[in-house]
Design a protein. Structure first.
Length: 349
């Protein structure tokens, strides 16, 4: 199909990029093959030291930079979105290659008035075949494919939004100076104000990030789990959906029971049946996802994925518990101190 522009509204793609020379050519080439041609592509160069800016310019993209040191993708998206003269902005990460139909599918619910923002999903054929990268990308695909159409959050890896809504909510929170949950936080604000966000499951992008295990765990814990847990303990960003659904929480409980009973069995062998039972329950609860890992990645990826998923449930839930405990302790300490101050004032003559 020949790429065409929509007669309904201008659509601008915004790409935040930092040293993205390895993945940006595929990202831009995919946008060039899009059935819904972007009316403009704006790339924010976040202080790159490689050929990112030159690659973007050679592909016809508008390159912006504020000349400051690296600020993170949230600030970059805000800067580029402020320059976007269009009613619809689509955010695309520099390591995502959109499928030809993706932009049109994201745009349609916004044009129809069904949503003020939409987001898509990674596909099930990520470029990297490294085990950690394969697991991370397939996990993301699976979670979004199981998610509810009426979403409680937003995703900026491949997400569209009305520009007036984006500006009315102040864009992404600039406190997130690294890739983090700035999109989840923005989505939460939109939902709290009565906006509607839709998950468009067939708006796919292929993720080209080559995750390593350490990088994956650091990102999952410090850039995702910790800030998301803080937000949840404030009563925000909670829903029975995506990777905080009831099923995921139940899986986390069984994941902990595996290592707890396994540790107990090292000192008391009679605990081994409990460990086996916990392991079976965990596998059964995640059976569909594990079967998908084996189908999409093969035997090695499937086996590695089972282990990495168990680790994910353990460290993500542990992080939430630590954050929630920290907040509770702060609240208790504050009440004790306030009560102490109140007694001191009352005892003064």
């Amino acid at each position: 199909m020949t790429p065409t522009s929509s007669p309904g509204a201008r659509l601008v793609v915004v790409i935040p990029a930092y040293n993205a020379a390895a993945t940006l050519p595929d990202c831009l080439a995919a946008l060039g093959r899009s059935e819904r041609r972007p009316d403009e592509i704006i790339l924010f160069d976040d202080g790159s030291t490689d050929e990112t800016a030159e690659i973007a310019r050679s592909a016809g993209a508008t390159v912006l930079s504020d000349g400051r040191p690296r600020q993170g993708p949230g600030a970059g998206r805000n800067f580029a979105a402020a320059a976007a003269d269009a009613p619809i902005i689509v955010f695309v990460d520099a390591d995502v290659a959109v499928h030809p139909q993706a932009l049109g599918r994201l745009e349609a619910p916004i044009l129809s008035g069904d949503a003020v923002a939409t987001f898509g999903s990674y596909d099930d054929t990520p470029k990297s075949r490294r085990l950690a990268a394969l697991y991370a990308n397939l996990r993301h695909h699976w979670v979004h494919q199981q998610g509810q159409r009426h979403a409680f959050t937003f995703w900026s890896g491949l997400g569209a939004i009305r520009s007036d809504i984006f500006r009315a909510h102040g864009g992404f929170d600039p406190k997130f100076n690294e890739p983090s949950i700035e999109d989840i936080e923005l989505g939460s604000r939109i939902i709290e104000k009565g906006g509607s966000i839709r998950l468009v499951k067939d708006a796919f992008g292929s993720h080209h990030k080559d995750w390593g295990v350490v990088q994956l765990w650091k990102t999952d814990i410090f850039r995702r789990a910790v800030p998301w847990a803080w937000m949840m303990t404030e009563g925000r960003g909670q829903a029975n959906d995506l990777n905080i659904s009831r099923r995921e929480r139940a899986a986390a409980i069984w994941a902990h029971l595996i290592w707890i009973s396994g540790l107990a069995s090292a000192f008391a062998p009679q605990w081994w049946p409990a460990t086996a039972a916990a392991g079976i329950a965990y596998i059964v609860l995640n059976a569909r996802f594990f079967a998908f890992l084996f189908r999409a990645g093969g035997l090695r990826a499937g086996l590695a994925g089972v282990f990495l998923h168990w680790c994910y449930h353990v460290y993500a839930s542990t992080t939430f518990a630590l954050v929630a405990g920290s907040r509770l302790w702060r609240q208790i300490r504050s009440r004790i101190m306030n009560a102490s101050v109140g007694r001191t004032h009352a005892e003064r003559p």
